[in-house]
Design a protein. Structure first.
Length: 353
């Protein structure tokens, strides 16, 4: 059995870069990807520092059936080096992997809402992923990278696709006045997606560096806000409210603050994740007929191709990539990300060429 180097999560704060069996016996619709880059995100950092929450270290995942030590990584790109009998057309292609695996047969899949599939699971969270020299993936979640998009740019396709999907869900249209409450990891990608629509974006954050980046990504206005902002103290920033408000931080109380600056009949899009119970004034949302929207993940066939197009210029990757490090330094990268020492996306280089 041949082996490869991989970053494997065994327990909280126990990520080991070690020799691991290379994927073998591909299914007819599967490909083997020689991974070039894998981006780290907040979900990865949470699994490393506080998990397991989604990674099935102790109990089998209901859909993937995987259990135990898991190769992390769900934002990866690379080149297809082997392909199953029904995937031969993918051989040799550079691809960006969408990571979310769906069945294609359930009601949601048939409606094109593959991210809500009854049998959904995610590479790198529910089963082995892309923080390795090689990764196995279904061909239908591997999107060819255009020749004029570099590997470094394409590595951001998956998280940008999440931002694009959120903007689609919110129904943003040209002429809308939009607020981004939080322009950290996902908020920055939402900003990129919004900028392509030609809307007026106001970014609000507690960090001036993030706001400076948002300005370069297309935000028309930026507002540095205090950490103790409440629904009452945020409302004077936009007395009449704004058309669409994105809450992307998931910080305690942020949803209520976002509602306070959403106009009557406007849309509040909740994208931030926080599992703790929070107070939310639903009476206010009802009386002002505010549309409450949520979103999760992306739809690969719709959102990844658009993300790759938006990444062509190279500007986004330059602004949002903190550093590129080799696989052997994955532990330090996870430590830095989980302790707030990363100013942007960290890319792990899985192979040295």
């Amino acid at each position: 059995m041949s082996t490869m180097r991989a970053a494997v999560l065994h327990a909280t704060h126990d990520l080991r870069v070690e020799d691991f069996p290379k994927p073998e016996n591909l299914g007819p619709d599967e490909v083997l990807v020689r991974v070039k880059y894998n981006g780290l995100c907040g979900t990865d950092a949470t699994e490393f520092a506080k998990g397991p929450m989604m990674v099935p270290l102790n109990n089998p995942h209901p859909n993937s059936k995987h259990q135990g030590a898991t190769i992390l990584g769900h934002e990866f790109i690379g080149t297809v080096v082997e392909a199953g009998s029904n995937a031969q057309e993918m051989l040799g292609k550079r691809i960006a992997c969408g990571a979310g695996v769906s069945c294609g047969e359930c009601i949601m899949c048939k409606e094109g809402r593959t991210n809500l599939c009854d049998h959904y699971y995610t590479l790198g969270l529910s089963i082995h992923g892309g923080l390795a020299e090689f990764a196995r993936a279904p061909k239908n979640i591997c999107v060819p990278i255009p020749d004029d998009v570099s590997d470094e740019d394409a590595a951001l396709a998956q998280p940008l696709a999440v931002g694009i999907h959120g903007v689609r869900r919110a129904g943003v249209k040209k002429g809308d006045r939009v607020v981004l409450l939080g322009v950290g990891a996902i908020g920055s990608f939402v900003c990129v997606a919004l900028q392509s629509l030609g809307v007026e974006i106001t970014a609000m954050d507690i960090d001036q560096k993030r706001l400076d980046t948002a300005k370069e990504l297309g935000a028309a206005h930026t507002i540095l806000i205090p950490t103790d902002l409440t629904p009452e103290t945020i409302k004077p920033y936009f007395p009449k409210g704004m058309d669409v408000v994105f809450e992307t931080s998931g910080a305690p109380g942020a949803a209520a603050r976002a509602l306070a600056i959403t106009k009557m009949g406007g849309t509040l899009m909740l994208m931030g994740l926080n599992k703790s119970l929070q107070e939310f004034p639903f009476w206010d949302a009802v009386l002002r007929k505010v549309v409450l929207q949520t979103t999760v993940a992306h739809v690969c066939k719709d959102d990844i191709p658009e993300a790759l197009q938006l990444l062509k210029s190279g500007k986004v990757a330059k602004l949002l990539t903190d550093r590129i490090v080799p696989l052997e330094e994955a532990n330090k990268a996870f430590e830095d990300l989980s302790t707030g020492k990363a100013n942007g996306k960290i890319l792990i280089r899985a192979n040295n060429d």
